[in-house]
Design a protein around this ligand. Structure first.
Ligand SMILES: Nc1ncnc2c1ncn2[C@@H]1O[C@H](COP(=O)(O)OP(=O)(O)OP(=O)(O)O)[C@@H](O)[C@H]1O
Ligand SMILES: [Mg+2]
Length: 232
């Protein structure tokens, strides 16, 4: 279980960029974090990872406090990160990106079966990441995070600027990771279709604070509830 209590992080115009966040993410669950541009979604994720400055509150991983830990220690404790944007080393090959993902999390090497999840990346394993399409780079970024064999995965807008076929492949992978591997996933997203496919619960951030909280079933029944938060 990854749990946040009264969590605040980052800095924006004299106040924390995200604050008052209480949430629990269990293994085998997907929690979506929604909110328009500048709402504080990235700051929340980076704050949990120790990459954005901690302001207040508590972060617990399986009951153990991890707030204040260095990012590399948090990664080794089992929390993986797929950053916003392409999130790969462009000049390194597909395979080298995966090796670094494993090393960065204290593993010797990635699981050999990892690349089998995306056969077109396996075929291009000796090519530099920059030779891949934007969507393939996003997939590689997810595999790189998985190379550290995390138990919790934090993804920052994986669908942003990516073609629908890639979003579909990402959705299928996330469902497999949750249902088969029992990962807990925190999914920052603005794409409601992806959220509806994979999430169990949703939290909405506005101006850095949680303003609404609902189940995926409630979202499916009444998507208008969230559309105005996203400016749709
Ligand atoms: N390094 C920084 N220095 C100053 N302000 C920042 C910094 N990073 C973010 N902010 C501000 O904090 C607020 C929250 O930003 P954040 O990037 O967390 O939002 P977001 O919800 O991820 O937005 P987007 O959907 O555009 O990715 C914004 O007002 C942003 O301008
Ligand atoms: Mg962001």
């Amino acid at each position: 279980m990854l749990a946040l209590t009264g969590f605040a992080a980052g800095w924006h115009r004299g106040v924390p960029a995200v604050q008052d966040v209480d949430l629990e993410l269990a293994e085998g669950r997907v929690l979506a974090v929604l909110g328009r541009n500048g709402a504080g979604k990235t700051t929340l994720v980076k704050g949990v990872l120790g990459l954005a400055p901690w302001r207040s509150g508590i972060v617990r991983l399986d009951g153990r406090r991890i707030d204040g830990w260095r990012p590399e220690r948090i990664a080794r404790a089992g929390i993986g990160f797929v950053p916003q944007g392409r999130g790969v080393f462009p000049g390194l090959t597909v395979e080298e990106n995966l090796r670094l993902g494993a090393l960065g999390s204290g593993r010797r090497r990635p699981e050999p079966a990892l690349l089998a999840r995306f056969p077109h990346l396996f075929e291009r394993r000796d090519r530099p990441a920059e030779a891949l399409s934007g969507g393939e780079q996003r997939q590689l970024s997810i595999l790189r995070a998985l190379a550290g064999r995390p138990r919790f995965l934090l993804l920052d807008e994986p669908s942003e600027g990516v073609q629908p076929t890639i979003v579909e492949a990402v959705a299928a992978l996330l469902l497999e990771l949750v249902e088969v591997d029992r990962l807990g996933i925190l999914l920052v997203e603005q794409d409601l279709d992806l959220v509806l496919r994979v999430a169990h619960e949703c939290l909405v951030l506005e101006d850095g604070r949680p303003v609404d909280w609902f189940s995926a079933a409630e979202l499916a029944a009444r998507p208008q509830r969230v559309e105005h938060y996203l400016g749709l």
